[in-house]
Design a protein around this ligand. Sequence first.
Ligand code: FES
Length: 605
Amino acid sequence: MSSSLTPAVASQVEEFFRAASLNDLKTERMLVVSGADRPVLLCWSEGRPFALDNRCPHMGFPLSKGTLESGVLTCHWHHAQFDLQSGCTFDLFADDVPAFEVRIEGDDVFVSKRPKDRIDVGYHSRRLFWGLEQNVGLIQAKGIIALLTEGERANSVIRRIARFGARNHRVWEDGLTTVSIVARLAPHLSHTTLIYALAKGARRVAENCEGQPARHSAGGLNRERFEEERLSAWLSHWSRIRHDEGAERTLLAALDSQLPQTALNRIVFAAVQDRIYADGGHALDHSNKAFELLDAIGWDEASRILPLLVSHLTRSRSEEEGGAWRVPLDLIPLIREAEDQVRNQPRSAQKKDPPSPAGAGLRRDRLLPPLYNELLGTDPKAILELIVSALAEGVTPASIARELSMAAAARLAHFPESNDVDDWFGPVHTFSFCNALYQVLSRGEVNPEIERGLLHGAMSIYVDRFLNIPSAKLPDSAALESLPSAAGALLSGILETLDQKKGWSAVANLVVRYLRLGHPESALIDTLTFATVREDLDFHKLQVLEAAVTQAELWPLDSPERELLYVGASRHLAAYCPTRRSSSQSVGVALRLHRGEAIHLEGEK
Ligand code: FES
């Protein structure tokens, strides 16, 4: 602060505006004036002038209603305290408030038209990073909104969040899975839903990282290059003997060897399948999500992201070690026998259903008969033989995984309300596993070590069989006739029905009605995503929705299979709604602050 305008300052006078008389400011101590784009609070404290944005960054309360003392301004709404000079808060939940330059000439007080900090993409990026470091949801949400407003694409924001996650924790957790899911759903999402979804992912990444030491890479093998076969054998070996450093250095050596992504896919997922249905399907699912994340944010991040998978490779628990797959019938020897057959049997030339010309999934005149009903059978040996035979006959592994995904979706669609709500755990993981396996098998040429996952997924569907007794009925045409026809009414009906906990089938009926009327599927996906991310729900709900969307794209537009997938996902969501929605409250506040709404006046005339 200077006591008069120097020539240098005078040349910048267009950057300042006259805000008040010095005498008035000294008399009043706090004055609110109109700034270039916001109300500005002028303060006189301990013989010096200061200027801040008058809107409390926490919830918009006017700071002019607060108290000045010892260079600190206290907002009376939630008692956040701010340094007058920098605008920085001493209470991290509130965020910093923009501060302005103040100059005095004679009796005139001049204030800069722009805040001291240059507010640009770099600033918003730093604020997002700071919000992640401090685990403050409001600041994360503000950063996301500001970056998107600056024109940044969803995948760029996701890349920033993923980089933070990769740097700050050792293990791939649900936060990074959530942002990977958001990346896949993003093309279908409205601006508002995208903000809620990104904020949900950022929040979980920050929570995953909180209190963890920064990760230090073991590095590769001095940038030497190796053949795929050698690296694959090493990675499977280190995974089997639970050797973290060996697995990490091998993964990084695979990147240094500049192997194609299809080879990385083979190396990683052959090791994952070494344990039968490792960690209830999570090992495969999270690993697949890491690949999907890299597809979204760029494979140049691979050396940061892939090492996070190490503990899923080395620490996961096989169903061989548990009891659920051992009694009343021991499935493990059946699976091992079938795995040997998959490795050793001769194969016919591959045959697969061609995609429709419009890219809308399978054609009605598909070449391959649907398998999924048979995969819901009650004879595990027959189910395993079915898969082994299909592979021998040349049915592509990805086609079989698609059928497995449909069978797993049927378990969700027929899951009755008489079950305990915690019973969703098993079929939800089976469905996510089968969808992830489809993705892995679709990435190009695979090998029998990866195809073993088909047998594991099929047995998980079999293990879930009692959770469809009694079997919930699918929506019937007569019940749907009484529902609205307009797309908007059906979509708002879905949100209201979830709000009012009207039963799982009520939501599924609205969804099926919407689909049968041929309304745009993206709007349905947007509504179901918003309904999920506004709640205090774990990542499994979003994961099931994304898997349903992914699988639905593989079936004809008006097919019963497409309906079944959405019925399963919506019944699952309805089982957990509504919640208190405390985690998304800060996103709503950030959006309203961004729009300049006076949150503190809510309910007042
Ligand atoms: S502390 Fe200012 S509005 Fe909450």
